[in-house]
Design a protein around this ligand. Structure first.
Ligand SMILES: [Zn+2]
Ligand SMILES: [Zn+2]
Length: 220
């Protein structure tokens, strides 16, 4: 009887996608990210190793634990998480999965990670972001940053996107998402929400039509 899954030996390390908040160390000399769910209390650098979030003395990812870095295979699946209200200000990360990994249907759980690109959301006003500013919350020793345009940054601590990338190091690229791409900006008015709802309804109609067609094909 075979108890282990076949081992994979990819030629190139796999690519994955996830969302996280950019963070800056208290003294401003280090930059990285902090996750949005499990492991959110442990900020990580651009190139970093996973540790068991429960402090157990095993290597992450362990088969009988849920520790390790997590990512999904599809960019769209990671973008879907950005729709959740409390994740609206998070950045989309494209990562290289390094070291041991466990593959799931939707993604990986793994030992080491390199963040290659971070795409930050447009400013809360809808304009393309050029800065990362103090988001007003953080972790011990780390302040969380959120994207902003020059007009909305005010007097908060602010870093240009390229400056954040330089401090984070390891060849990280930080991009500002094009306004209107993906998730709607915070603070949409009723007309925008109605337009959004109409668009969703139209998509749903197409989807239901497809489904009915498939179901009919199956019966024949
Ligand atoms: Zn563990
Ligand atoms: Zn703005």
């Amino acid at each position: 009887m075979r108890l282990r899954l076949p081992e994979e030996r990819p030629k190139e390390p796999p690519t994955g996608y996830k969302i996280a908040h950019p963070v800056l160390s208290q003294d401003g000399t280090r930059a990285g990210f902090t996750g949005v769910s499990l492991g959110a209390a442990l900020p990580y650098a651009v190139l970093d190793e996973a540790h068991c979030v429960y402090g157990r003395r095993h290597e992450a990812p362990h088969r009988r634990c849920d520790c390790g870095f997590h990512c999904v295979h599809e960019r769209a699946a990671a973008e879907a998480f950005l729709c959740i209200a409390e994740h609206r200000r998070a950045a989309l990360l494209e990562v290289t999965v390094l070291g041991a990994y466990i593959r799931f249907e939707r993604g990986f759980r793994y030992a080491r990670q390199r963040v290659r690109t971070a795409t930050v959301r447009p400013c809360g006003c809808g304009a393309r972001a050029s800065l990362l500013v103090d988001a007003g919350w953080g972790r011990p020793g780390w302040q969380v940053l959120e994207s902003a345009c020059g007009g909305c940054a005010g007097r908060r601590t602010a870093l240009r996107l390229a400056e954040f990338a330089r401090i984070a190091g390891e060849g990280l690229t930080v991009l500002g998402a094009r306004p209107g791409s993906g998730v709607p900006p915070r603070g949409l008015g009723v007309p925008e929400l109605l337009a959004e709802a109409a668009l969703l309804q139209a998509r749903l109609d197409v989807f239901q039509g497809e489904l009915a067609r498939l179901a009919k094909g199956e019966r024949n």
